[in-house]
Design a protein around this ligand. Structure first.
Ligand code: DX5
Ligand code: ZN
Length: 220
């Protein structure tokens, strides 16, 4: 349980008070900040870029920033995000012409490398990723919006992914993103997930309860 990582997604935060909200969840016990980047092209929604990531660093946020790119093309924004203070950068392999090259580019910038799989995507790609990634992110909603319903089909996929990655020499973190709440979190851990993204469940709670909600999410 101590190895579990809770990463609040900024997508559900109040963007007019982003620095304060991020600082509040970190003080309340969150481990990473999940930074959702949408381009109105790969997904039908638009969020924020490296400038806002840097603003969080300038505001004094020291916690790891976990960038989730839902954009195409991908490569052009890797260096800007690394420079803006990203610690990990995850992307969707079908959003870039050569995902191995994109992975190398992320690693060359000193960031952890993450691959994201949409709910409908299978695990075949894992055979090409062995020992090359730091994070395997399984989407439990179709990317684009916060506050969607958790797709429980992803739990069997997580179980299979866990079996596969446990055979690897370098075992990536297994992360889940979308619709995570206090009702499904137990099943999520039981499926082998160790890294949890939660937007609405955390940020739609009153700030005074961030600590309690994060502790409950960690507990499972
Ligand atoms: C969806 C994003 C998620 C989402 C999580 O495209 O990648 O990070 O914002 O938010 P909740 O937890 O509200 O589903
Ligand atoms: Zn995300």
């Amino acid at each position: 349980m101590s190895d579990r990582i809770i990463a609040p997604s900024i997508l559900a935060a109040d963007f007019a008070r982003l620095g304060e909200q991020v600082s509040d969840v970190i003080t309340a016990g969150a481990d990473w900040i999940h930074f959702d980047v949408m381009d109105n092209h790969y997904v039908p929604n638009l969020t924020c870029g490296p400038m806002i990531c840097k603003s969080l660093r300038d505001y004094g946020i020291k916690a790891p920033i976990d960038v989730h790119l839902m954009i195409t093309p991908v490569d052009e924004l890797i260096k800007p995000f690394a420079k803006a203070g990203a610690n990990s950068i995850s992307f969707h392999p079908n959003a870039t012409p050569d995902y191995q090259k994109t992975m190398d580019l992320i690693a060359s910038q000193g960031c952890q490398v993450g691959i994201v799989l949409n709910p409908a995507e299978g695990l075949d790609i894992l055979s090409e990723l062995e020992n090359k990634i730091d994070l395997l992110l399984l989407m439990s909603v179709n990317p684009g919006f916060g506050g969607q319903k958790f797709m429980s089909e992803v739990l069997s996929k997580a179980r299979q992914a866990r079996e596969i990655i446990d055979q690897w020499h370098k075992i990536p973190r297994l992360q889940i993103d979308g619709g995570v709440n206090l009702e499904n979190i137990k099943d999520i851990y039981a499926a082998g997930v160790d890294t949890v993204v939660a937007g609405s469940t955390i940020f739609k709670s009153p700030p005074a309860e961030f600590g309690k909600v994060i502790a409950q999410l960690r507990q499972g």
